[in-house]
Design a protein around this ligand. Structure first.
Ligand code: NAD
Length: 364
């Protein structure tokens, strides 16, 4: 039988937690989305040969490499996927863009706003993606559709939290995520970056913000917790809180929107559900509905399982790739891209400045 699909060879740099998630998504996307590409997992890159061999064998990568520069220079690679610590995002993305590759990069895009802007400039004209995967949670995509249809009306409040307890355990807190030179920041880049991207996606741009950061462990170089107040261009006000010291929370990524016509509430720990309150109903019938966003007629329900058959974290990465390759085939732009991530980085930079100056910072 003639192969109709174009083969794209993928190189992935980094094979830790998120490298496994990406490997799964590369394997699965063609099963759930009708894309005109066959992805070939060509080479996985890391530093430890033994771990790399185990990764390649378990996740079906054809080859391994310990020097990411050697990977970028290979003419048989079309896609470079950056799944490495934050400090490596810019050098790898810049080199990959220079070599004309399709560039996929993990969040936070960069260590600084300047770095992020240089990266966005470098990939201009090349297909690119930033892994703000939560946009593809079906319940979040559905919340956005309801907002855009006007079902929540004029937004008054946007409330966001991203809560972990991962910073309290000294055994877990020795790696790159807790070093300023390798991570850039703490809860800010790690967790708040996702919340800010979702805030923009669901409620539009922020005009000004006022932030504080806090580090609970005296010798630690990065923030353990960060909070900010925001004014949005749509007239609403918001609060954002991200913490690695939220004991009792493993991955509590939430938002709540109160508008003139209704309320929406989401918690990633129950990611198949979305709470909706319709304030236009008869007062004696008003109450919060707990919607199961698994279909019918919900985002991505035709890609995954039958209604009521829940999906998980990994599906958000599969859906991200499904949409990305769909857009690529149609010669359309994809979001979130590097430009979207620059907007997030600009907000994070404002958060840092506000926390230091203890004053409001404009984002206009
Ligand atoms: N989108 C999400 O929800 C999400 C979730 C977790 C992590 N991330 C992001 O993914 C990235 C990686 O995080 P992680 O949790 O997988 O970290 P990790 O520590 O589990 O893995 C990091 C990997 O990078 C590799 N690496 C380090 N230095 C390298 C080098 N010089 N050359 C090649 N490889 C190198 C390590 O060998 C390891 O395989 C970070 O930017 C993080 O913010 C995103």
């Amino acid at each position: 039988m003639t192969e109709r699909k174009q083969t794209l060879n993928v190189a992935m740099i980094g094979h830790g937690f998120i490298g496994r998630v990406h490997s799964n998504a590369f394997h699965q996307v063609g099963h759930f989305f009708d894309i005109p590409y066959k992805l070939h997992l060509k080479v996985v890159c890391g530093r430890d040969r033994t771990k790399l061999d185990a990764m390649a064998s378990q996740w079906g990568w054809e080859g391994t490499e310990t020097d990411w520069r050697a990977v970028i220079s290979r003419p048989d690679i079309q896609i470079v996927d950056i799944a490495a610590p934050n400090v490596l995002h810019a050098p790898i993305a810049l080199a990959a863009a220079q070599a004309g590759k399709i560039v996929l990069c993990e969040k936070p895009l960069a260590m600084s706003l300047e770095e992020a802007e240089a990266m966005a400039k470098a990939v201009d004209g090349l297909p690119n993606l930033v892994w703000f995967n939560y946009r593809r949670v079906p319940a979040i995509a559905f919340a956005r559709a309801l907002i855009n249809e006007g079902r929540t009306g004029q937004t008054f409040h946007y409330r966001s939290t991203y809560l972990h307890q991962s910073g309290t355990d000294p055994a877990r807190a020795s790696g790159w995520r807790f070093k300023r030179s390798e991570a850039g920041s703490g809860a800010m880049g790690d967790l708040l970056s996702h919340s800010v991207d979702l805030g923009f996606h669901l409620n539009g741009a922020i005009t000004e913000l006022m932030a504080m950061t806090h580090t609970f462990v005296p010798e630690r170089e990065v923030d353990d917790a960060v909070m900010f107040l925001a004014r949005f261009t749509n007239g609403s006000i918001g609060t954002f809180e991200a913490s690695r010291f939220a004991v009792g929370c493993r991955n509590r990524n939430t938002f709540e929107i109160h508008g003139s016509r209704g309320m929406l509430r989401f918690n990633m720990e129950n990611m198949n559900q979305l709470e909706f309150y319709d304030a236009t109903e008869a007062p004696n019938l008003q109450g919060t509905r707990n919607l199961m966003i698994t279909g019918p007629d919900h985002p991505y329900s035709s890609n995954f399982w039958k209604p009521g058959h829940i999906i998980g974290y990994e599906h958000t990465f599969i859906a991200t790739l499904g949409d990305f390759f769909g857009a690529l085939a149609r010669h359309e732009g994809f979001h979130p891209d590097f430009e979207d991530a620059v907007l997030v980085q600009r907000a994070l930079s404002a958060v840092e400045r506000s926390a230091v100056s203890r004053s409001w910072v404009s984002l206009k």
